[in-house]
Design a protein around this ligand. Structure first.
Ligand code: SF4
Length: 421
């Protein structure tokens, strides 16, 4: 379906498969290589963008109004910068994931199209992968086998991210956990590309070996401050969007935990069920959402079981448990942006020992400020030991200010940790 806002633009079709290279923006380091493998299996040529200077956002600001959501500025900035360095613009396409729903993220594609047209890149087609509404994707048709491949990639990606975060702060040999991450990413990308990593049997086998590999890493037996990261999906996961938050926390001597992508995906489909109950959306839509909720939960369970059965690490809870964590804090009708998922994830993190939390938000992101910052007093009253700091990210926000606030939070956390020892 073409956008209503820009009427004349190239639509990516099957005939572009052989001729065009698809550029993938930086986001979710543990997952994107694997998703690239899935696209390669389908015959697409892909390239992950590596231009990650945080100043890229200036490029976005030239063509997108500065009151637009910060994630849009970052992604559009990265694309425009990459296109400026391309020699063959007639054979390039871009891919953008969308969350669907009522939030402004649903309008990122028209924003990108407008920026492309105004910056002289109007011939570049944009593929959209819509996570909240799979039928609304444009450029690549999401079939059941393709969805299964994508979910396999997310299962591996979430597991890798979890295992990396569990080990990277404690490794005896510097860089050993990253070496393992890279080994597995390379292997899985190849296997996904060959179509040899998406059956339940293969997933179980690969997850078991992966978890065992990380569990065998020599780690220091020391106590570190544990920090959970929640927030708007882009600034939570993308180093460009959060000024290298994870790196900074690790350098400051913390262990980090970032809830996986499955939580967000399942949250989107759970909201579809809620809409039917309270807003009387079509029954067929409800059935579609319920089926996907169950189908995706199956993949999440494979990951949780593999971690439980093959390591000493405690996995995060399954979504159906996480979902209950927000009860009594915020209603499930609060579902714009990351909505009630924020309080559910924060509550779960606190209960699993990550009582220090950074809630990363784009500046001016109303839904997440309401559902993130807005529930902090409630969370504090329920969990007095919690130490939550909201951090705003924006093109004009000072990195020094952000880091100072984080260091203050860490100082409180370290004092508490020392008093417990
Ligand atoms: S969640 Fe916030 S940043 Fe994301 S689209 Fe909505 S308003 Fe913008």
């Amino acid at each position: 379906m073409k956008s209503e806002y820009i009427l004349d633009y190239p639509v990516f079709s099957d005939k572009f498969k052989k001729t065009h290279t698809i550029l993938i923006p930086s986001f979710l380091d543990s997952h994107m290589d694997l998703i690239a493998g899935v696209l390669e299996k389908k015959g697409y040529k892909v390239r992950l963008l590596t231009n990650t200077d945080t100043m890229l956002v200036r490029e976005g600001l030239k063509y997108v109004h500065n009151d637009t959501c910060y994630p849009a500025l970052c992604v559009i900035g990265q694309f425009l910068d990459a296109l400026r360095h391309e020699n063959d613009l007639d054979h390039i396409a871009l891919v953008l994931t969308q969350t669907g729903g009522g939030c402004r993220a649903t309008n990122y594609v028209p924003l990108l199209r407008k920026a492309l047209n105004n910056s002289g890149f109007g011939q570049v087609p944009v593929i959209t992968l819509n996570l909240g509404n799979l039928k609304a994707s444009e450029g690549i048709k999401i079939t059941v086998p393709f969805l299964m491949d994508l979910l396999s990639a997310i299962t591996y990606g979430d597991t890798l991210m979890f295992l990396y975060n569990k080990t990277r702060s404690y490794e005896k040999e510097n860089g050993s956990s990253l070496k393992l991450v890279n080994k597995w990413k390379k292997f899985l990308r190849e296997q996904l590309c060959l179509g040899k990593a998406s059956t339940p049997r293969k997933i179980k086998k690969n997850l078991k070996n992966m978890v065992r590999d990380f569990n065998a890493l020599p780690l220091n037996d020391i106590k570190k401050v544990k920090v959970g990261i929640v927030g708007e999906i882009y600034v939570k996961y993308a180093a460009i969007g959060n000024n290298n938050l994870e790196k900074m926390l690790i350098e400051q001597g913390a262990e980090i935990m970032v809830p996986g992508v499955f939580g967000f995906l399942l949250y989107c489909f759970a909201n579809g069920e809620y809409d039917h109950r309270y807003y009387k959306t079509k029954l067929s839509k409800k059935i579609y959402n319920s089926l996907l909720l169950r189908f995706i939960s199956h993949y999440e369970n494979l990951m949780i079981k593999a971690i439980k059965n093959n390591s000493s690490f405690t996995p995060m809870k399954p979504f159906k448990e996480t979902r209950k964590e927000s009860i009594g804090i915020i209603k499930h009708g609060a579902k714009m942006g990351e909505g009630w998922l924020l309080s559910a994830e924060m509550s779960e993190l606190i209960k699993t020992g990550y009582s220090n939390i950074i809630c990363a938000q784009p500046f001016g992101c109303l839904p997440n400020h309401v559902c993130g910052k807005g529930v902090m007093n409630k969370l504090k009253s329920l969990y007095p030991e919690s130490n939550i700091t909201p951090i705003d990210y924006d093109s004009s926000a000072s990195k020094v200010n952000q880091e100072n606030r984080i260091k203050l939070m860490l100082a409180v956390a370290k004092e508490k940790l020392n008093s417990e020892n």
